[in-house]
Write a protein that binds this ligand. Structure first.
Ligand code: FES
Length: 133
C-alpha cells in the first residue's frame, strides 16, 4: 500500500472513530438525563379525592387529612398497579392482590408494596413524594 493510500485509510478510520464517539456520547448523555428525570420527586396537590387514587408509579390512599403513599410497582415482576377491585389493589399482569394499605393478600407476589417517603406541605397544598430510583 502506498503512503498516500495509508494516510487516507488512517483518516477514514479516525473519522469513523470520531463518529462512533459522538454517538456513544449522545447515548450516555440521554441516559443520564433520563436517570436525572426519574430521580425527581413527584409532586401532587393535597386536594386528592378521599380514598385511593393512582398516579403512575404511586398510589395515594387518603383518609381525611392523612395520606398513605404506596409504591404502585408490583413486588412480583414490577408491573404498575392501576386499578382496584372490591377494596383490593389488583396487579394487571398476573393478578396479585394487595390491601389498600399495600399488604399482599394474594400471589404470585409475596412481599407488601413499599411505603414511599413523602413530605406534606400544607401551606403550599402539596405532597412531595420521593420516588425510588
Ligand atoms: S407483576 Fe404483578 S402479579 Fe406479576
Amino acid at each position: 500500500m502506498n503512503s498516500g493510500r495509508r494516510k487516507f485509510v488512517k483518516w477514514i478510520g479516525l473519522g469513523l472513530l470520531g463518529v462512533c464517539g459522538l454517538f456513544v456520547g449522545s447515548l450516555i448523555r440521554n441516559r443520564l438525563r433520563r436517570l436525572k428525570d426519574e430521580a425527581r420527586p413527584l409532586e401532587l396537590s393535597l386536594d386528592l379525592p378521599q380514598g385511593v387514587s393512582f398516579h403512575g408509579p404511586v398510589i395515594v390512599h387518603r383518609k381525611g387529612d392523612e395520606y398513605l403513599v404506596i409504591s404502585a410497582r408490583c413486588t412480583h415482576l414490577g408491573c404498575i398497579i392501576d386499578r382496584m377491585e372490591e377494596d383490593r389493589l389488583v396487579c394487571p399482569c398476573h393478578g396479585s392482590t394487595y390491601s389498600l394499605e399495600g399488604k399482599v393478600l394474594g400471589g404470585p407476589a409475596s412481599r407488601d408494596l413499599p411505603l414511599l417517603r413523602h413530605r406534606i406541605q400544607r401551606k403550599e397544598k402539596r405532597i412531595i413524594i420521593e420516588l425510588p430510583t
